[in-house]
Design a binder for this molecule. Structure first.
Ligand code: FAD
Ligand code: NAD
Length: 466
């Protein structure tokens, strides 16, 4: 007799494993299937965690080289890349094993293998030796995530033509690296390799980086990255990429139809990711996809098939780990008869470069487009005492509030610890706070968070330190 579960989650990424734990907490007999051989999905294995580890290590390498300017004399600083990679791999292993422990602790049954639908209520799991196990499922959640997109006709070899996966494990620092796409991955991984010594060229299709981000922040971001030595080639389209024995040639055409060839050791293609539904057999059971091949769901994460749900990167919305996690919790609660939900207006986005860039809510461009009247409050880290004290004062905080009600509609930060500071605004927005509420909240001195308070004061033109 096949094992029977109340809920089966296919995919053990931040969407899937978090969902499985919440289902189990709610008393449902739950299984989680993962094909990768380790839990945590893209995020823990080949995404958020290894990239943040390398961002931190490369930043330390960069900082330590400049310490003598601050009166700390040390000897010659050398890079040991393989040791650095081991340190990153250790962080990944600890965290993925930690997730396995959490599934066990919560009594979620973990199946290692590739899950696919045999029918609406039967899931096949094939392990790496092709041995098949079939389980029965009352309800199934698709949490199979996303995979990198390449350019037409170009395959990743993950050595010279790499996706983020290859860029996280290069064996030596490239002399020259071309990054196609100035989005999250391109700028984070470009920063890593630039700090480690590569000459990095970003080739971007649009006239600005990080599309969707508040334009003022995006412009400041590019200015700062240029100062750090990253070179940008905007409004350039990649026409072809060719490999020879020694190099890779990236051929581009700009908006005026000028052709340029970039010769490099490694090209990183980071032009987005696509939903992963490979091998699930969705057409067999009739699960509908949308125009972008994402699994189509209603507001309760339910597909057109009643007992099948989907969450995370494989459905619509930003491809972010915390969005996937929150959807995992929401769908578990909905299935358990509670009223789980996700507030898509307050999902923060953070780019973990130096400085960090963080956004939440509406951008100025979106407010203009929707004809919403707004006020702006801005405060530069140059006038923040903590930032000045530690000589880390690039960037600013920008708060957008409703012209009439003063309700906070969005906030955009570039500067030290922006990814942490944004949480304060998230809470404020969840509680429907006004900029005055933030401005009247006592913030410790000297902290970076005082820049948030001052930006809130500045909405009412009464910042103290500028
Ligand atoms: P995934 O994490 O992709 O997990 C899906 C899992 O399902 C995978 O492990 C896959 O092996 C498994 N699977 C697929 N098909 C099957 C099947 N048929 N049977 C069994 N298992 C299957 N987001 C952030 O919020 N912050 C960051 O800093 C950040 N950094 C990133 C850096 C990089 C380089 C990349 C690539 C992504 C980054 N992301 C970041 C995005 C984040 O990783 C994803 O949004 C997140 O992992 C999505 O979670 P998910 O659970 O939907 O899917
Ligand atoms: P992205 O959507 O962030 O950026 C892709 C960039 O490539 C855009 O600027 C786009 O204009 C450009 N582009 C598209 N086609 C192009 C072409 N043919 N030539 C030149 N440029 C082109 O995608 P990504 O950087 O690949 O990242 C994928 C997703 O992973 C992100 O959207 C994000 O959701 C997630 N991610 C998040 C983080 C984080 O939260 N810190 C980090 C990494 C990845």
């Amino acid at each position: 007799m096949a094992d029977k579960f109340q809920v089966v989650v296919i995919g053990g990424g931040p969407g899937g494993y978090v969902c499985a734990i919440r289902l189990a907490q709610l008393g449902l007999k739950t299984a989680c299937i993962e094909s990768r051989g380790s839990l945590g999905g893209t995020c823990l294995n080949i995404g958020c965690i290894p990239s943040k580890s390398l961002l931190n290590l490369s930043e330390e390498f960069h900082k330590v080289q400049n310490l003598s300017n601050k009166g700390i004399e040390i000897g010659e600083v050398k890079l040991n890349l393989s040791k650095m990679m081991k340190s990153k791999d250790k962080a990944v292993t600890i965290l993925t094993k930690g997730v396995e422990f959490l599934l066990k602790k919560n009594k979620v049954t973990y199946f290692k293998g590739l899950g696919s639908f045999k029918s609406q209520n039967e899931i096949s799991i094939k392990d790496d030796k092709n041995k098949e196990t079939i389980i029965q499922s009352e309800k199934t959640i698709i949490a199979t995530g996303s995979i990198p997109v390449s350019l037409p006709g170009i395959d990743f070899d993950e050595k010279k033509i790499v996706s983020s996966t290859g860029a996280l494990k290069l064996e030596k620092v490239p002399k020259k690296m071309v990054v196609v796409g100035g989005g999250y991955i391109g700028l984070e991984m470009g920063s890593v390799w630039s700090r480690l010594g590569a000459e990095v060229h970003v080739v971007e299709f649009l006239d600005h980086i990080t599309p969707g981000m508040d334009k003022e922040i995006s412009n400041e971001f590019m200015k700062i990255l240029k100062k750090q030595g990253i070179k940008f080639h905007m409004q350039h389209k990649v026409e072809k990429i060719k490999k020879n024995n020694s190099a890779v040639i990236v051929s581009t055409k700009d908006k005026d139809k000028n052709l340029t060839d970039f010769e490099c050791d490694v090209v990183l293609i980071s032009v987005g990711r696509k939903p992963n539904t490979i091998g699930l057999n969705l057409d067999k059971i009739g699960v509908q996809l949308d125009e972008k091949n994402r699994v189509k769901t209603n507001k309760n994460f339910q597909t057109n098939i009643n007992n099948i749900y989907a969450i995370g990167d494989v459905i619509t919305g930003p491809m972010l780990a915390h969005k996937a996690e929150d959807e995992g919790i929401a769908v578990a609660e909905i299935i358990a008869g509670q009223s789980g939900h996700v507030n898509y207006d307050t999902i923060p986005g953070v780019v973990y470069t130096t400085p960090e860039v963080a956004s939440i809510g509406k951008t100025e461009e979106q407010l203009k487009e929707k004809n919403i009247q707004y006020k702006i409050g801005k405060f530069s880290f140059m006038a923040n005492s903590r930032a000045k004290a530690i000589d880390d004062a690039e960037g600013f905080v920008k708060i957008l509030a409703d012209e009439k009600t003063d309700k906070v509609l969005g906030a955009h930060l570039i500067g030290p610890h922006a990814g942490e500071l944004i949480a304060e605004i998230g809470i404020a927005m969840e509680f429907g706070a006004s900029s005055e509420d933030i401005a009247r909240t006592c913030h410790a001195h000297p902290t970076f968070s005082e820049a948030v308070k001052e930006a809130a004061l500045s909405v009412d033109k009464r910042a103290i330190h500028s």
